[in-house]
Design a protein around this ligand. Structure first.
Ligand SMILES: N[C@@H](CCC(=O)N[C@@H](CS)C(=O)NCC(=O)O)C(=O)O
Length: 198
């Protein structure tokens, strides 16, 4: 049985979405985490090394970091084909977009959000002005990051776009708006929102 360490309205909410998509058996353990203003504290029960969410525990197997959790879960619960498996021709693109999410996409947005200039060529990621066109180019050929096939990578990207929807960080783009609408219209998303409180 999967235990999801979760705090409502955070990055762990998207794993309620993914677990619902996969039809996986899971329980939710709501934990506290540190807040942005320095208040709050990590829950000692949370196995994430920094007490962050999400983390999962699968009968003693702990997995943390969003792309790792996404890959672990889609490999373990392949029935609904939400993640291409080893040998599938979409596997390379799947691994690439999952890794890009945590290595480039999030750092690009957060650098902008925190007003940190990205040093060209020396950082492992790029400025959001360079990152976004790459993602949009892919989605314009979409409807999903893997083309016709919805995957757990879309769970990560579309929920992040949804989060920044009304922020000056994100340009108004029909490609993004339609992508977010397409992904969040999925019944599993509504079930996840209903469970978000724990
Ligand atoms: N790189 C991590 C980021 C996880 C993360 O920062 N989660 C936030 C909630 S959205 C958190 O737990 N913050 C509390 C803290 O930093 O202590 C992932 O993608 O899984």
């Amino acid at each position: 049985m999967i235990t999801l360490y979760h705090r409502p309205k955070t990055r762990s909410t998207r794993f309620l979405f993914l677990l619902e998509e996969l039809g996986a058996p899971y329980v939710v353990r709501v934990v506290t985490t540190r807040n942005r203003d320095g208040s709050g504290a990590a829950d000692p029960a949370n196995p994430h090394p920094h007490g962050k969410v999400p983390a999962i525990d699968d009968d003693g197997v702990v997995v943390f970091e969003s792309p790792a959790i996404a890959l672990y879960l889609t490999d373990k619960f392949p029935k609904n084909r939400i993640g291409p498996l080893v040998g599938d021709s979409d596997r390379g693109a799947y691994l690439s977009w999952l890794s890009y999410y945590t290595g480039v996409f999030e750092p690009a947005f957060l650098s902008k959000f925190m007003n940190v200039e990205v040093p060209r060529a020396t950082a492992g990621w790029v400025a959001v002005e360079e990152c976004l066109p790459a993602v949009l180019d892919r989605l314009a050929r979409g409807p999903y990051l893997l083309g016709d096939r919805f995957s757990a990578a879309d769970v990560l990207y579309a929920t992040t776009f949804a989060l920044f929807a009304n922020s000056p960080l994100l340009p108004q783009s029909p490609v993004i708006a339609e992508y977010v609408a397409r992904v969040t219209a999925r019944p599993a998303f509504a079930r996840a929102v209903a469970r978000d409180g724990g």
